[in-house]
Design a binder for this molecule. Structure first.
Ligand code: PGA
Length: 265
């Protein structure tokens, strides 16, 4: 039996003005207001940088602690001449911000984020008392070539370099096959579970059994209200990183509710 608390994280990507973000968080608050917090998965929202402040204020004001925040990115240097970047000390100003997503395939693909950079970010995030959500996953081409596992092992091994077992246990990994992101083609649940087990085994070999058993590993890629229950029924899937379906209060709330059976175990 696992004691890992399930997590449902909504990655809003480059969507929503401040006004739209506030409408979404308000709608979500309505949808989940009657849910028992203890039976709920941990719910994480990752708005764009410009909306973080307003959404944070709203969550602090409501005081229910049913949702926390993640940033979609950060830079690893503490401050300085890095135009356009955001430091962890600035993200820490938001009381409800606990996580930082790093290594999303869109950041790797469009913004040149390398495994080494992701490792530096993970180290800086943990040193600042926050927790990384480290994304990994293969392209369709890599899957067809049969190199899915070795590719992901390399991503994870580099990302966790020089991170202690204790810090690894606090970190979250999101397995997101790139061909499943935003395409509507969800990865088969048993295959997603197989890859996630392989990731856990990799973490065990690197950091030991305790870290591997404590660390939450999510699945991401076209998660929908219709798929979540089957995904959560898998032994090693601890939750979901949700893109498109997190942009509507009703569909995201259905995903949260679909993860509640496992959360209550
Ligand atoms: P999707 O995005 O749910 O829209 O496929 C997932 C993600 O990129 O995190």
């Amino acid at each position: 039996m696992t004691s890992r608390k399930p997590m449902i994280a909504g990655n809003w990507k480059m969507h929503n003005t401040i006004k739209e973000s506030m409408e979404l968080v308000k709608g979500l608050g309505e949808e989940i207001k009657d849910l028992d917090k203890n039976a709920m998965p941990e719910v994480v929202l990752a708005p764009v940088f410009t909306s973080l402040s307003s959404v944070n204020d709203k969550l602090v004001e409501c005081g229910c602690k049913k949702m926390v925040l993640a940033s979609q990115n950060c830079y690893y240097e503490p401050k300085g001449a890095f135009t356009g970047e955001v430091a962890l000390s600035m993200l820490k100003e938001f009381e409800s911000l606990e996580y930082v997503i790093i290594g999303h395939s869109e950041r790797r693909q469009y913004f040149g984020e390398s495994d080494e950079m992701i490792n530096k970010k993970a180290i800086a995030i943990l040193a600042n008392g926050l927790k990384p959500i480290i994304c990994c996953g293969e392209t369709l081409e890599q899957r067809e070539q049969g190199v899915t596992d070795s590719h992901i092992q390399k991503q994870i091994t580099t990302a966790l370099n020089e991170i202690s077992a204790e810090d690894t246990a606090k970190s979250v990994i999101a397995y997101e096959p790139i061909w499943a992101i935003g395409t509507g083609k969800t990865c088969d649940s048993t295959e997603a579970n197989r890859v996630i087990k392989m990731i856990r085994e990799t973490v065990k070999n690197l950091k030991g059994e305790n870290a591997a058993n404590s660390m939450r590993i999510l699945y991401g890629g076209s998660v929908k209200p219709e798929t979540i229950e089957e995904q959560m029924a898998q032994s090693d899937i601890d939750g979901a990183l949700v893109g498109g379906a997190s942009l509507k209060a009703d569909s995201f709330a259905k995903i949260i509710k679909g993860a509640m059976v496992k959360a209550a175990v």
